[in-house]
Ligand binder design. Structure first.
Ligand SMILES: [Zn+2]
Ligand SMILES: [Zn+2]
Length: 543
């Protein structure tokens, strides 16, 4: 049966006309349909839920079960699950149901939740009984291992330092995110922050991979899961998972600004909040247009440090940070000139890329795009709007189709199509109208099929550009693209007949004849037509 599925997979990528294969395909259609239904289940687009034992590990790690005692009876587990479900706004069943499993697998802060619950209990007691009260003796007994609540800095002027920087993100953008994250909290309280680049600082931000000398329980777990953690005053440290796919202006990856702002909250003494929209709630939140801090975050920081001296809280909406970042990007790109250093996207950080009929590569990032000639000469960056009016910033996928000589762009749950004269009538269309998923990983035109291929998670979709309808028997598993990893960020059907897949600084060369990857490497140092290699050569010649 497995052989049968593989053959169908090859045929769908590589249509053959031989009769025997056709017969084989017919005999496999039912099986394919069955496989498609299973693979196409939306549940599989999410991370796999943890099994029962790792659910208990999770409850231990985040402070719902006592860690020292690994034998937990049903009542303890039931109570722990109820507390977790309450904090995460799930139906409080006390059972490890599928909603609870999926919540456990979602990306979050690595700091335990139990102190947050204590702080919340105190706050609620304060509302009903006046003033802050101690948690009841039962809670104290159960959680006596943890340090006192209400730890805070005993000064209002604090210094901070970025100890090291994440890969793949421009340092200037990260510096802007850090500055803005501290400003969020100083705008809402009597605190003031100052950056110091050397010497000692009260609060230090650092990026680490895996185990990093603060206990196995705090070891980072690679992409997803725990994204970062921080220590309460007065240790003043926030650690971020270096292996995470961080972003500042795109949908792909986790927004570093939001995570820094959350962890800085911990370094100031704030606990996790059960308020759904609070920045200090334990689960990862995207940067939206709304204000970043909720009333609960503001109350919490003011309880520790008081109101701003002006008496006025200045709230920062998410879009203010987004536009500050865009301004930074434009000013940085404005100073970049071809023939000097490699263009900024060569550090492996781009939103999408494609190649047009002349073999010119187009690389997209934020509100800009670069063109690269087949010989590797890169243009100055140009605003997207100049060539594709009405296209949103930070697109998620782009594909040029030689069949209709059009550009297809994807962002969120919408698809744009442009001819040389502008956006086509009726576009943007909803992805669902085309049978495509929202937020695709990447898209490319595949001449072998004469269709557009869209990758998302572990599946790929095929869009017939003539009918704008999905091809039957798709989506299918990425296993059909033997050797291509999950999570690629862009792909190009090259005039040499191969398809090149990109993920961070790596590339994979897929041979449609052999239906498998036949080569891989680092694109910025090996593929001339990315525009990164030529500048390196010029640099070497000068030396
Ligand atoms: Zn946290
Ligand atoms: Zn750490």
């Amino acid at each position: 049966m497995r052989t049968c599925v593989v053959v169908v997979g090859k045929m769908n990528i590589l249509p053959e006309k031989s009769l025997w294969i056709f017969v084989l395909q017919l005999s496999c259609v039912l099986l394919t349909l069955k496989a498609t239904v299973t693979v196409g289940s939306p549940v599989l687009l999410n991370p796999p839920p943890p099994p029962e034992t790792s659910a208990e590990n999770f409850l231990e790690k985040y402070g719902y079960l006592e860690e020292e005692n690994h034998q937990h009876n049903d009542t303890e587990v039931n109570t722990a699950l109820r507390e977790f479900q309450w904090l995460t706004h799930l139906p409080v069943t006390g059972r490890l149901d599928s909603a609870t499993r999926h919540q456990m697998a979602a990306p979050r802060c690595g700091v335990r939740d139990d102190r947050g619950q204590q702080a919340w209990a105190q706050k609620v007691n304060g509302i009903f009984h006046g003033g802050l009260t101690k948690p009841n003796s039962g809670q104290r007994l159960r959680r006596k291992r943890h340090s006192q609540l209400g730890e805070r800095w005993h000064k209002r002027h604090l210094t901070y330092q970025v100890v090291n920087w994440p890969g793949h993100l421009p340092r200037g953008q990260v510096a802007l995110a850090v500055r803005t994250a501290f400003q969020l909290w100083s705008n809402a309280s009597a605190l003031a922050f100052r950056e110091v680049t050397q010497g000692s600082a009260d609060i230090r931000l650092a990026f680490y991979e895996g185990e990093h000398n603060d206990g196995m329980g705090n070891a980072f777990d690679g992409p997803g899961g725990a994204l970062a953690h921080a220590f309460f005053p007065c240790r003043g440290e926030a650690h971020f998972d270096m292996a995470e796919r961080w972003t500042l202006n795109g949908y792909k990856g986790h927004n570093l600004f939001m995570v820094i702002a959350h962890e800085v909250g911990h370094t100031l003494g704030l606990e996790h909040s059960p308020v759904r929209h609070a920045l200090m709630s334990p689960y990862y939140k995207k940067l939206g247009k709304a204000t970043v801090l909720s009333w609960d975050d503001i109350t919490a920081v003011q309880q520790l440090y008081g109101k701003p001296e002006s008496g006025q809280v200045i709230q920062l909406p998410g879009q203010v940070f987004s536009s500050a970042l865009r301004d930074w990007e434009l000013s940085e790109s404005g100073t970049w000139k071809p023939d000097s250093t490699p263009p900024p996207y060569c550090r492996g950080f781009f939103d999408a890329l494609t190649m047009d009929q002349d073999g010119t590569s187009l690389v997209f990032r934020g509100g800009l795009f670069w063109t690269v000639s087949p010989a590797g000469n890169t243009s100055s960056p140009l605003p997207l709007q100049n060539r594709w009016p009405g296209l949103p910033l930070a697109i998620e996928a782009a594909a040029y189709s030689e069949m209709d000589n059009k550009f297809y762009f994807f962002k969120g749950r919408r698809v744009w199509r442009y001819s040389s004269s502008g956006v086509d009538p009726g576009f943007p269309l909803r992805s669902s109208e085309l049978g495509l998923p929202g937020h695709p990983d990447q898209a490319f035109y595949y001449p072998r099929l004469g269709h557009l291929v869209v990758f998302k998670g572990q599946l790929y979709f095929v869009l017939n550009l003539g009918t704008l309808r999905p091809e039957p028997y798709y989506p299918r598993s990425l296993d059909d693209w033997r050797g291509v990893p999950r999570g690629t960020n862009g792909a190009v059907s090259h005039p040499d007949g191969q398809v090149y897949f990109f993920k961070e600084r790596h590339y994979w060369r897929f041979d449609p004849e052999k239906v498998q990857v036949t080569g891989e490497g680092m694109w910025d140092t090996e593929l001339e037509w990315t525009g990164c290699l030529g500048t390196h050569h010029r640099g070497n010649n000068i030396l």
